[in-house]
Design a protein around this ligand. Structure first.
Ligand SMILES: Cc1ncc(C[n+]2csc(CCOP(=O)(O)OP(=O)(O)O)c2C)c(N)n1
Ligand SMILES: [Mg+2]
Length: 334
């Protein structure tokens, strides 16, 4: 799979220039996520980070492009690879770092780790390590929002591997039946752990399958953050203006690091030699950096580095949870 596969159904980008503040935010969010994950990878071997980490390095445009199209009240449900979606939706960085360190100040009070980031006030509703299980959660939430007539768009993020689960198909059917105000985002990074797409699925056409359920769907090629943003913006505005959906986007992307863990593995034997090149050359961070004034870039970089230093210090200095914490939040309290 390359960054330029055939069959794009997304609109070409660049027809109309985006406002500078949008480009700034897209750049800043992608860089922030990249730097957070690079630091996470740097710290990881020290064993201070207590949970496994599934990094999104390379995949930042999907979370950032989609979340830029959302409003504060909108919500998302994700996967164990959720640093990017959590941060792009406005999740608190200090609470995230503390969670990775297993500390009491973490967003799940140190009990969830990297795979279970949650920030309900900012719309990061939770994630699951069990593949595809958050998809029905998202559909249920979206249905509730429709019944309650709330102006909320619910987004469900999942990987290409998740589309092999029954829950995916059941969720799409129910979402279409009830016309829920949801946006499905498939982050197709070409792999489920170490199994490439071609050994798992007969047809490379995830984006076409929702159409069988009557769901409008597109594929966005090339990890293009502007194309992802513009497509998401169109679907989100249609959901918001009608209160109904759903819509589906398959975003073609590529993971640069191990499935789980801090290391780069672009030349690992499970990948086709050289396949990573178009993805790395198409990195959206330098692309957007070139569209911004140098002083803006310098200000953004400086801000990210100081926020990151503070968040790491906060995580390091926070206490571990008390033993009593083991017995809280297990069941719904009446
Ligand atoms: C129901 C279930 N089956 C298998 C696994 C083991 N597993 C963990 S991640 C993963 C691959 C999922 O791939 P994809 O959905 O493409 O997400 P990605 O890791 O590429 O982001 C699998 C099979 C699991 N966690 N849950
Ligand atoms: Mg995948």
């Amino acid at each position: 799979m390359t960054g330029k596969t055939k069959g794009s159904r997304a609109k070409a980008t660049g027809k109309k220039a985006l406002p500078l503040e949008v480009l700034e935010r897209l750049y800043s969010q992608m860089l922030r996520i990249r730097r957070v994950e690079e630091e996470t990878a740097r710290i990881y071997p020290s064993d201070k980070i207590k949970s496994p980490v599934h990094l999104s390095i390379g995949q930042e445009p999907v979370a950032v492009g989609v979340c830029e199209a959302l409003a504060a009240q909108d919500v998302l449900f994700g996967t164990y690879r959720s640093h990017a979606t959590y941060l792009a939706k406005g999740g608190d960085l200090k609470s995230m770092m503390a969670e990775l360190y297993g500390k009491a100040t973490g967003c799940a009070r140190g009990k969830g780790g990297s795979m279970h980031l949650v920030d309900v006030p900012h719309g990061a509703m939770g994630t699951s390590a069990v593949v595809a299980t958050a998809i029905p959660h998202a559909v249920g939430y979206a249905y509730a929002m429709k019944v309650k007539k709330q102006d909320v768009v619910t987004v469900s993020f999942f990987g290409d591997g998740a589309t092999e689960e029954g829950a995916f198909h059941e969720s799409l059917n129910f979402a279409s039946l009830k016309q829920v105000p949801a946006l499905f985002i498939c982050e197709n990074n070409g792999y489920a752990v170490y199994s490439p797409f071609r050994v798992r699925q007969a047809h490379n056409n995830i984006w076409e399958r929702p159409r069988g359920f009557g769901i409008e769907s597109v594929r966005v090629e090339g990890n293009d953050v502007l194309a992802i943003y513009e497509q998401a913006r169109e679907f989100v505005s249609r959901i918001r203006s009608t209160g109904t959906g759903p819509y589906f986007m398959e975003c073609m992307t590529y993971r640069w690091r191990q499935h789980v863990g801090p290391l780069e593995d672009l030349d690992a034997p499970y990948r086709t030699p050289g396949e990573y090149k178009p993805w790395v050359e198409g990195d959206q961070i330098p692309r957007l950096e070139k569209m911004l004034p140098a002083d803006t870039v310098a200000r953004i970089r400086q801000g990210i580095e100081s926020e990151l230093r503070e968040a790491i210090q906060f995580a390091e200095e926070s206490p571990f949870p008390d033993d009593a914490e083991l017995w809280t939040q297990l069941f719904k309290e009446a």
